[in-house]
Design a protein around this ligand. Sequence first.
Ligand SMILES: Cc1cc2nc3c(=O)[nH]c(=O)nc-3n(C[C@H](O)[C@H](O)[C@H](O)COP(=O)(O)O)c2cc1C
Length: 437
Amino acid sequence: MPNTKFHLGYFTKFGKPTWALDSRKSVGENWPDGSYHIDLAKKLEAAKLDFILFEDTTVVADKFGGSMEMDLKHAVLAPKNDPLPLLPLMAYETSNIGLISTASTTFYEPFVLARLFSTLDSLTGGRVGWNIVTSSEINAAKNLGLDSLPPHAERYSIADEYVELAIKLWESWEEGALVADEKTGVYIDHTKVHTVDHVGEHFSCRGPLNSLRSPQTVPFLSQAGASDRGRGFAAKNAEMVIGLTAGGIEGMKEYRKDIRARAESMGRNPDDIKVIYLANGLHFTGSEPVVDEATSKRLEQAAFEYAVTMAASTMDVDFSQYDMDGPMDQNMTGGGHTSALDFVKQAGAQGATLRQVFSNGGRAEGGLDLTGTPEEVAEKMVDAMNEVGGDGILLEGGDLAADIDVITDEFVPALQRLGAVRTEYTGRTLRENMLEF
Ligand SMILES: Cc1cc2nc3c(=O)[nH]c(=O)nc-3n(C[C@H](O)[C@H](O)[C@H](O)COP(=O)(O)O)c2cc1C
């Protein structure tokens, strides 16, 4: 049987790569001017990756211990630039790779976001994607004059209406509205441009958009719902949904089956929603430089602090108040990424301490083992995708930034030799490439 063919993405942020996670700290020193990520996009396109995906948040995190120290010391969430202006710079230097950025439904007005992404879709020639998040950091709300965020489930209800409105705006220009007829002197056929007159529970908007219909019309829609409500939102709206590998093969299968069943029950073709798994445990043996014992200890401690700071912010739990080395408190609760917290607690129930879980990069036991030479990791990944059935892997770039040449020159070619990932781009747009298989 041929191997399951799957999509490959690279997950990153418009921030400093590798600072706490690798001894090669000089990687991407020039990140603020964009040149590091432009170069990265060129390399990933040469290796024929489907897309690069930028996460985004707007806080300097202080959930861990109520202080910004750990976040800033290890460059975990901050400093970070806005990825949206970076996308067209990357597009200008590339031709095929998809460029996906996160943007929050809580912080942009639908009209502003729709216009922004329509513009980006034109600037990238139809290669833009929107990773839809609803945001969970209270400090992000406070930056915008809000006292609090709506509760989790309500954020998704608002986001449902938000996406519906944004799509109305993107479609407010019919195909063929641009006539540019020199004989009649008509540039746009006004009968093909319509107001949207949206009046809903959360938004009202007259429309139409004042931008031309863009190459994809609607940017490729990505999302990472994990909770019941989040999965419902993803199954309704997303074309790509990002799951975790922490639950191992069985957890991955369950997630894909559930997302596909939900999509089908809403009248969608389940093959139109691609399930991509974040591979955050990937490690190429033999590629890292040999360091002395003191440096190795320091790096281990930094990686632990990085993981626990990131987890505190995304799971909305101040882990500093719990015993790091004793039995794990099963009553920990948070308002953030609840299923990720569940994986931590499951590891605790099996005897792991918080220090052990976070020293392991926040990865629970039972997740995918993706350690080895590039060829070995490729084989393990292909085996996993064959079992799960698809549809893709998102490489956690934070762990891998210093290994970019290993990825592009050894690992991806090994996947290509196994017939598991693309060797050429066939589509013109990101959506066409993502729907190819
Ligand atoms: C790979 C991945 C990337 C994510 N990127 C962001 C991001 O950039 N900004 C953000 O606020 N949330 C981000 N999230 C959080 C998700 O949007 C979502 O809230 C989370 O997966 C929990 O799901 P839930 O909202 O259904 O509980 C990301 C999650 C994953 C798995």
